[in-house]
Ligand binder design. Structure first.
Ligand code: GDP
Length: 195
């Protein structure tokens, strides 16, 4: 898809009401620092529209990016952030859960994991949670440029196993540096839009 316009249209905090959008939504979940903003920026062809972790003041919100007035990218709060209280973590969890439960327009949920590491318990919980809400998560293995080519297969296997994802689960390796994987992700999104 040629991204002509991008607009951060809605930002939801813990107490906000979720928007009732009438266009398809594509959600992105993953622990903080996994490379979620970098992926979203790469898909939108923007350098730093979605804020990356390196930028101070990044708050935990659900951000709705309107793309071309055709669809929304939904940036879910990064989980597993060490510096916050359990109570706040629980609130974010509830916020994500509420979104997954109530969105009428959600078509794809991408779950991001770092290709270098075995999935954490948080990752596994998130995967199960998405499945429980009736979605088949598409896994994106981020930071592909950080491992050797010879290790890709092994890491993909470890991720599949660690998330308890079946043989049919799709895993797409991605690098925000080389942009490898970007076309495949867009193809997947487009295949759903045009259905
Ligand atoms: P977020 O917290 O999930 O939104 O993660 P960010 O997109 O802010 O990325 C966290 C850090 O990882 C930043 O320093 C990024 O530059 C870096 N990063 C993200 N994606 C990649 C990637 O594909 N390759 C490499 N080498 N670094 C990445």
């Amino acid at each position: 898809m040629h991204v002509k316009s991008v607009n951060l249209e809605t930002v939801c905090g813990i107490t906000s009401t979720l928007p009732k959008n009438n266009k398809m939504e594509i959600a992105f979940a993953g622990k903080s620092n996994v490379g979620k903003s970098s992926l979203i920026n790469a898909l939108m062809n923007r350098k730093a529209y979605a804020r990356t972790s390196a930028q101070p003041g990044k708050t935990q919100t659900i951000n709705f990016y309107n793309i071309n007035d055709e669809l929304y990218f939904v940036d879910l709060p990064g989980y597993g952030y060490a510096k916050v209280s359990e109570a706040l973590k629980e609130k974010w969890g509830k916020m994500i859960e509420k979104y997954l439960k109530t969105s009428k327009q959600l078509k794809i949920v991408f779950l991001l994991v770092d290709i270098r590491h075995d999935p954490s318990e948080n990752d596994r919980n998130m995967y199960e949670w998405i499945v429980y809400q009736g979605y088949q998560p598409i896994i994106i293995a981020t930071k592909l440029d950080k491992i050797n080519r010879s290790q890709i297969e092994k890491q993909m296997k470890a991720i599949r196993k660690g998330l308890n994802a079946g043989a049919s689960a799709i895993i797409i390796p991605f690098s925000s540096l080389s942009k490898q994987g970007r076309d495949e992700i867009w193809e997947l999104i487009e295949s759903v839009i045009t259905k």
